[in-house]
Design a binder for this molecule. Structure first.
Ligand code: BTN
Length: 251
């Protein structure tokens, strides 16, 4: 039984994409904040940059949550990604006792593999955010991945245990709600500190790739707008927006 109380908790036996469905419903109805759409069978899950999100029937969490961060100025919208990432990490730690990391900007990594992806679709009204559709895919009990998605991993593959998806979802929603509340009450430095400490490859030099090629650098910081600054081996700072930089993994 769920103890998390969503105003609308819509479970569909099958859907192409929970994000798309939530946005379709929003266009027709006034949905309350914290409404959730979940399906055990997402057939055309959408990922970042037009990628697809693979998820086998009944094996993983694929859901979307509606937030209405009307208190947030659009240039601060990356805070939503931050708090959602932190809530996923916390949930993985609580349920599976695994240390996951946030791979900037929207991936959750365990070691060098991707355990979860986040697709946040925001709508702006005037000078504030109107709504935020937070789509999360978390690989839980899937044993084999067949798509050419880079580096997928599930909690089962790491621990050989099967996890109860309902309980996992409930815990994750509670953790998101809690983290979101920190944002509502403007505890930005708390969020920033925790986020920074949870970043994948936060210390040391690593290989990255931009439009000029591969290079070694370390992460300097991520600013409020979500831009990532690296420092290369010549001490040169390089700033990147989403999609301008790739982490080179296992190269
Ligand atoms: C990525 O890593 O590229 C983001 C993946 C996001 C997948 C989730 S699954 C639930 C929600 N509905 C979608 O269509 N996509 C997101």
């Amino acid at each position: 039984m769920m103890t998390y109380s969503a105003p609308e908790f819509l479970v569909y036996p099958e859907l192409q994409s929970t994000n798309t469905e939530l946005k379709n419903l929003l266009a027709k109805n006034k949905l309350a904040e914290y409404s959730v759409i979940v399906t055990p069978h997402q057939t055309a899950g959408r990922g970042q940059v037009g990628n697809v999100w693979e998820s086998e029937l009944n094996k993983n969490l694929t859901f979307s949550l509606l937030l209405r961060p009307t208190f947030l100025a659009p240039h601060l919208q990356f805070y939503i990604s931050k708090l959602v990432s932190m809530a996923i990490i916390e949930t993985i730690k609580q349920i599976a006792n695994i240390e996951a990391k946030i791979k900037w900007p929207n991936d959750i990594y365990i070691n060098d593999k991707k355990a979860a992806g986040i697709l946040i679709e925001n709508s702006i009204l005037g000078t504030k955010l109107d709504y935020s559709v937070v789509g999360i895919g978390l690989n839980v009990n899937q044993e084999i991945f067949i798509s050419d998605a880079p580096n997928p991993i599930s909690l089962w593959q790491l621990t050989n245990e099967h996890y109860n998806l309902e309980k996992l979802l409930e815990r994750l929603l509670e953790n998101i709600e809690h983290a979101y509340h920190q944002l509502e009450v403007n505890r930005l430095s708390l969020i920033n500190n925790e986020y920074h400490n949870s970043l994948y490859r936060i210390s040391g030099y690593h290989w990255f790739e931009d439009n000029k090629g591969k290079f070694e650098a370390c992460i300097d910081h991520i600013n409020e707008m979500g831009l990532l600054t690296l420092v290369d081996k010549e001490g040169q700072k390089r700033e990147y927006a989403f999609k301008e930089l790739k982490f080179v993994i296992n190269d």
